[in-house]
Design a binder for this molecule. Structure first.
Ligand SMILES: [Ca+2]
Ligand SMILES: [Ca+2]
Length: 390
């Protein structure tokens, strides 16, 4: 992928032609002068994306004589009463590099000026956070404040309930955070744990993945999972353009006295459900897929070959060939003591990226911040993806 300068004539198409038209008789209220009955010129045209030639709606067009207009739903703009003279005209839009050109306006003339803008490399910040039911007084506001400080675009929340939604939305609004879309799982797991996502972009194809009974990949026995939390699958077209599939999970927790490793058995069986669902429904090499959430990997054994994280990483399906393996981001790129919970030393929470998504991961972007004040006993896991011109 190469970056292309917006100032290169080869990539910025700029058409100008002059058309005679009837004189304007409008009144101009400019910053430095007031002119009546002047003979204005017009500048109009279209603004499109250079990579795919789609129209850009709401792009800002500012001329240094003092006018600003915005492109309409067809990408068209019209500066209908432009003061004659030599000016600069600047085109800008969210996620695009702005472009400035000189323009000469003459009375009675229409300048038709069509511009193709170059999309910025754009960051997408994704987080996963077990928010412990948001039961701490002030926790909705604490969460909103941290989300603002981290510029989160998409956040998966575990241990949350639907009645938290209006409280969190209110806190986000009062903190100036715009994440207008949220979706919850339909089902909950014992005792009252839903999984939810808040997003800058719409959430599509949301579904609960539930198997009351499933086969443990190690022992081959059938395991009851009926009281456990569903896996939450959904798609978001990040930046409005790039489809990313999410598998959000909150696997079976560990308890202190479990000599039979029954909880480990349930976690790896749930992990196998995620792996099997992805293998059955996605192209693991080309689809952009993220697995994230509280995997409750509390035991050293959870990190062993053939166990929870190994299964979530698609390592166990063919250990000799890692080509389809997911990358466990914080487990790989952060130190072993990058704990994700404050009350004991464990890496419970994870973000994993598919081979098709990992190229978009920003090196060294993974971090486990400690929000203060904190809404939870867990810490969030945060990564940045970067999209650009292709
Ligand atoms: Ca709650
Ligand atoms: Ca594999």
């Amino acid at each position: 992928m190469s970056r292309r300068s917006i100032y290169s004539p080869a990539f910025l198409v700029l058409f100008m032609l002059f058309v005679s038209c009837s004189p304007n008789e409008l009144i101009y209220f400019g910053p430095s002068s007031q002119i009546t009955n002047s003979l204005f010129g017009t500048v109009r045209g279209y603004i499109t994306d250079i990579s795919n030639h789609t129209v850009i709606v709401g792009a800002r067009v500012n001329i240094s004589s003092g006018f600003t207009v915005f492109s309409d739903e067809t990408g068209a703009f019209n500066l209908a009463s432009s003061l004659p003279g030599d000016w600069e005209i600047t085109f800008s839009a969210p996620h695009y590099s702005s472009y400035t050109s000189n323009i000469s306006i003459e009375s009675h003339q229409t300048n038709i000026l069509s511009v193709e803008l170059v999309r910025n490399n754009s960051d997408v910040i994704i987080a996963a956070f077990n928010v412990a039911d948001l039961k701490i007084t002030g926790s909705h506001d604490f969460l909103a404040k941290w989300m603002k400080s981290a510029s989160v675009d998409i956040i998966v929340l575990e241990e949350i309930q639907p009645d938290d939604a209006p409280l969190l939305d209110s806190a986000l609004t009062s903190n100036g955070v715009s994440l207008p879309y949220h979706v919850f799982t339909i089902q909950y797991g014992y005792p009252n744990d839903y999984i939810a996502v808040w997003s800058k972009w719409p959430v599509y194809d949301a579904s609960d993945i539930v198997y009351p009974v499933y086969t443990d990949p190690v022992s081959g026995t059938n395991i009851s999972l009926s009281y456990l939390r569903p896996v939450f699958k959904f798609r978001i077209n990040v930046l409005g353009s790039y489809p990313v599939w999410f598998y959000a999970a909150h696997l079976k927790a560990e308890y202190e006295l479990d000599p039979a490793f029954l909880n480990l058995q349930k976690r790896r069986t749930q992990a196998q459900i995620i792996q099997d669902t992805i293998l059955a429904t996605q192209n693991i090499y080309t689809d952009q897929i993220v697995i994230l959430g509280d995997m409750n990997t509390a035991l050293p054994e959870d990190f062993d070959s053939g166990q929870t994280l190994d299964i979530l990483s698609f390592h166990n399906d063919n250990p000799a060939n890692p080509s389809n393996d997911f990358i466990p981001i914080n487990a790989t790129f952060l130190p072993d003591d990058a704990w994700t919970i404050s009350t004991f030393s464990s890496r419970l929470d994870h973000i994993l990226l598919s081979p098709g998504l990992f190229p978009y991961y920003v090196s060294n972007s993974v971090n486990i911040p400690h929000p203060s004040p904190s809404p939870s006993d867990h810490y969030p896991v945060v990564i940045t993806l970067k999209y650009g011109n292709f």
